[in-house]
Design a protein around this ligand. Structure first.
Ligand code: SF4
Length: 292
């Protein structure tokens, strides 16, 4: 049995950075993380064993935790304000790419206020990164989760369009085309529309690479957290390109029948999947196929 772990899968650099920062801090002192540091329960468990406690915003407001980590997704300005008011030390592990996007949206919002324009964000409702991005506009940006939502936009006014960093680039283009078309219908050539490429390269580069990887292997096992939108999107790419693609959270999710009569398995994972977990899955597949 040939088992190959996709060497382009696993943590993105933003998550590696956040985990490194948390491990360094935990070696010195106790710390809590505002939300799961990564959408992967196995990695959360590993960090919890090192002493990282996961808390909610409500827990933070109680002021019981004096050192709090901000994860790679980032936070809205209100979180920084609460921490300052309660004397909480923040360890800011916001991904530098997300930080830059927050800054751009903040600036754009100020510019749009001067010309009665609108900041529009394509993203997933309730996602931590999106909450952080909306916070840069005091919650006034228009959130678009799919084509139907574009009706929230006033097409006669200027628009600056941004995307959450982990969205599908094709879907983002579709949304952008729809908005432009409607603005054209209303304003002709006088439309004031700008779209920014804000999907992270760590994410957008993976889907095309994964298409190839899925086709190269008889069976694909995709390892990801059930809460990760990135995992769901990348697994969908595997399934389209190889119907014998299966999603597992860990080795316990493997089924013997997937590997009967199979000689070649590819293992891939999301930007939130640790390499050690994919290695564990590889070992478990080896054991299953030895027994068969
Ligand atoms: S996917 Fe990109 S933007 Fe998001 S945390 Fe990873 S590196 Fe940062």
């Amino acid at each position: 049995m040939q088992i190959t772990i996709d060497n382009k899968s696993g943590f993105c650099f933003g998550v590696v950075n956040a985990i490194r920062i948390s491990e360094e801090e935990l070696a010195k002192d106790q710390m809590a993380s505002l939300g799961d540091i990564v959408h992967n329960s196995k990695e959360v468990e590993r960090l919890s064993n090192l002493g990282l406690q996961v808390i909610s915003h409500e827990d933070m407001s109680n002021g019981l935790h004096k050192k709090v980590l901000i994860r790679a997704h980032g936070e809205p300005p209100s979180t920084y304000l609460t921490a300052a008011q309660l004397g909480i030390e923040l360890i800011d592990a916001t991904c530098p790419i997300v930080l830059k996007l927050q800054e751009r949206i903040r600036k754009s919002y100020q510019e749009m206020q001067a010309v009665n324009g609108q900041v529009v964000i394509y993203g997933k409702e309730g996602h931590a990164e999106v909450i952080g991005l909306l916070g840069q506009t005091d919650g006034n940006a228009i959130l678009i989760t799919g084509p139907d939502d574009i009706e929230k936009i006033d097409f006669s006014r200027p628009v600056r369009l941004y995307s959450q960093t982990t969205k599908d680039p094709n879907k983002y283009n579709t949304i952008s085309d729809l908005i432009q078309e409607r603005m054209h219908q209303m304003n002709g050539e006088a439309i004031d529309f700008k779209k920014y490429k804000t999907i992270c390269g760590q994410m957008s580069g993976r889907a095309p690479r994964l298409e190839e990887f899925s086709k190269e292997h008889e069976v694909v096992v995709f390892v990801g957290g059930t809460k990760s939108s990135n995992a769901a999107a990348l697994y969908a790419v595997c399934k389209v390109n190889n119907p014998k693609s299966y999603f597992v959270s860990d080795a316990e999710g493997l089924k013997d029948e997937w590997f009967q009569g199979i000689n070649d398995v590819g293992i891939s994972g999301a930007t939130s999947t640790p390499t050690w977990l994919m290695e564990e899955v590889a070992e478990a597949i080896k054991s299953i196929t030895k027994e068969n």
